[in-house]
Design a protein around this ligand. Structure first.
Ligand SMILES: [Zn+2]
Length: 257
């Protein structure tokens, strides 16, 4: 057994807090999480990726990409912005809650600990009352995503936008959904996860635009140097993409009313 492995085992059994253990195990300065500022030797492995999760805030690639994008989007707004955040990611939530220039509302269908429980297909909000909607990895769980996006359009003020992210199968031209696929096992096999109700394809932009919103796709990784993209951990390793037809995790669909 190598010294490194023995040290690792000793640390894990030492009774220290998990965050402290992670700090010692990943000590270094090669990566810096844009969400929490955690500096480390590398990101932690997760599921099918070797470098994925921040040891400080547990953010994944898509969370960090969204944070990088939001940093620019929310730079010095002229007035406080009403932000509606569905299924809020903990690290982004902590940051948004602390901002004086954001009037922040968190929502989820049934998860505890949010400001309001909301069905996305029927939002209990006034029309034209929201400046920014954030919904990452939510629409693939919603039965009628067309109705949900129409509702988002209704509550956005004219000129305001929604930032939408979903898992996309980049090998698929058209989104796949079949009402006969109904059990968790069938859904996991067809749509990658037991609680997904469809698998989006490359028609996502067109599909979202049916609501009347103007939709464009942005990738924060394309605005930054390769060194910074690696430091922030915004993309998955090419080896993962060879095995899985997933679209880059930093694809953000900006849907503007
Ligand atoms: Zn972090």
């Amino acid at each position: 057994m190598s010294l490194r492995v023995r040290w690792r085992m000793w640390l894990l059994r030492s009774g220290r807090k998990p965050r402290t253990v992670r700090r010692l195990l990943y000590h270094g300065h090669s990566v810096t999480c844009p969400c929490c500022g955690w500096a480390a030797r590398r990101y932690m492995a997760h599921y099918n990726r070797r470098d994925a999760v921040c040891g400080g805030c547990l953010s994944q690639e898509r969370h960090r990409a969204l944070r990088v994008f939001l940093d620019g989007w929310l730079a010095q707004p002229e007035r406080p912005l009403r932000v509606l955040h569905f299924a809020p990611e903990r690290t982004l939530r902590r940051w948004l809650e602390g901002r004086q220039d954001v009037d922040y509302l968190t929502a989820d269908l049934d998860r505890a600990g949010v400001d309001a429980h909301m069905d996305m297909e029927e939002l209990p909000l006034r029309s034209e009352s929201v400046d920014l909607v954030i919904a990452s990895h939510v629409l693939e769980h919603v039965a009628d995503d067309g109705a949900a996006v129409k509702e988002i359009r209704r509550v956005l003020r004219p000129g305001a936008s929604a930032l939408l992210m979903v898992p996309v199968d980049s090998s698929r031209d058209a989104t796949y959904e079949d009402p006969h696929i109904a059990t968790p096992e069938q859904r996991a096999a067809a749509y990658w996860q037991a609680d997904h109700v469809r698998l989006y394809g490359r028609d996502l932009q067109t599909r979202l635009a049916r609501s009347g919103l103007e939709v464009s796709m942005v990738q924060p990784s394309r605005q930054l140097s390769g060194a910074l993209v690696r430091r922030y951990g915004l993309l998955v390793e090419p080896a993962v993409l060879e095995r899985w037809p997933i679209a880059p995790p930093d694809e953000i669909y900006v849907a503007t009313r």
